[in-house]
Write a protein that binds this ligand. Sequence first.
Ligand code: ATP
Ligand code: MG
Ligand code: MG
Length: 551
Amino acid sequence: EEKKSLNFLEQIVEEDLASGKHGGRVLTRFPPEPNGYLHIGHAKSICLNFGLAAKYGGQTNLRFDDTNPEKEETEYVESIKADVKWLGFNWTNDQELYASDYFETLYQFAVELIKKGLAYVDDQPADMIAAQKGNPNFAGEDSPYRYRPIAENVDLFARMRAGEFPDGAKVLRAKIDMAHPNMHMRDPLMYRIKHAHHHRTGDAWCIYPMYDFAHGQSDSYEEITHSICTLEFDVHRPLYDWFIEKLNIFPSQQYEFARLNLTNTVMSKRRLLQLVQEGLVSGWDDPRMPTISGLRRRGFTPASVRNFCEKIGIGKRENLIDVSVLDFCVREDLNKTATRVMAVLDPLKVVITNYPEGKTEELSIENNPEDTESGSRLVPFSREIYIERDDFMEEPMKKFFRLGPGLMVRLKGAYIIKCDDFVKDEFGNITELHCSYIENSRSGEDTSGVSVKGVIHWVSVAHAHKAEVRLYDRLLILEDASQVGDDFKKFLNPDSLTVLSEVFIEPSLKEAKIGTNYQFMRKGYFCLDTDSTPENLVFNRTVGLKDSFKK
Ligand code: ATP
Ligand code: MG
Ligand code: MG
């Protein structure tokens, strides 16, 4: 195998290890905000953070960035843990951390900055503060509260914490530079008042730290060596460094990489939440969603998602990855592992007129030609079978190697049959084929000397089980949703879900388990859906056998 060159983060880690920068230690973190379910973009960050640490003998913290009480919920914490585990990454109890556990520490950090004359309480409303920041070409305007005495700031901040003031009445700001060319350095907010219940700290706090003050200080507190985030945070880095320098605490370092963008979908939790709340999908785990739980329910394997993250690589430039790459990765994995079975999605009945009535044969069919260990199973065959409607043409075109008047085809694992006749109803729809079989053409012991080009799948009518099958297509008809912002809902694909309610499956599938993948011969990869019951089996198509998506 060709040796892959290092990505830029691996290069940085190797340089740091060589120079002994953090005492030869690598500690990364994956820092989700528990305000929604994880998506495939998060998977990229998880694989990166856990993968990088593992490669260099380091560790990774799972830190919940739960500093924003209104949007965060325990349900999301639980789903995030399940998804990270499912992807194949583990952490110890010591490595499961919550930024909300640092509220007291962060508060003390803020007091320290106030005492150093580096933070002040501002009584102005948020819109006024924003207006005074000006624009990058002009210096901003000082707040009238900027030069408040330190003692007054200490007192007011304590009273903010004590709940004396309503929401929005005051904020704590860093005192940096109102003329700084980087707008994030123009006296940014550190704390706001929010009388809101927090999913972990309850009502203990009514002031909450802003992202910029919480994140870097949490990294530093945990002594994270490499704090990896997406590119849009590069403008926050000077502030990240400023707080650490002024507090003189552990010098974590922030690095930025390009986020994952995928075609024909949306990825931000805010937008995914809209789809859920407005009932445009069945939930966070709707198999059309780009969430990890949606992919899992759809039949993606952890390996396929990890391989995808590996394949797209880590870079510094934003790009848009075609969702067909994700399909490719799951197809590649399932081809190796999925049991081949037969299911007829659009059934047409065939009567094999010269086959004895009431007779059943158990035919042995291999489970997976790609896996010699996978063995075989018995599939019942009898006089009446279902085949796919489109495997018959009344007036076959050239090179149609399936059934038509007088044409022959092989039934997978069974016999060669010839179409002698067909039956139409009063509307001209074909309702039944009459075929004859060649008795000595049984697969594996064929002495007929007849050769046919086509092989089709089938299910015995007497032994078939009925199931529901759900086929999926792209969530959006628009390739690049970043162009349309909140208008993305105008581009929902009306054909993203097709439900087939009369599918006939071979009997072995009655024992299908959630989490097992199957190849329905010639139809794609499928798995049992969580809506399935023993009485009403439901299968999802994970992906077709070929890339058939039309742009
Ligand atoms: P969203 O906008 O979807 O809510 P977020 O960045 O606000 O994303 P967080 O929970 O804060 O969500 O993300 C946790 C980690 O996952 C962060 O380090 C973030 O940079 C990373 N991440 C989020 N989205 C992507 C993406 N599309 N590609 C790569 N990494 C991502
Ligand atoms: Mg975030
Ligand atoms: Mg977010």
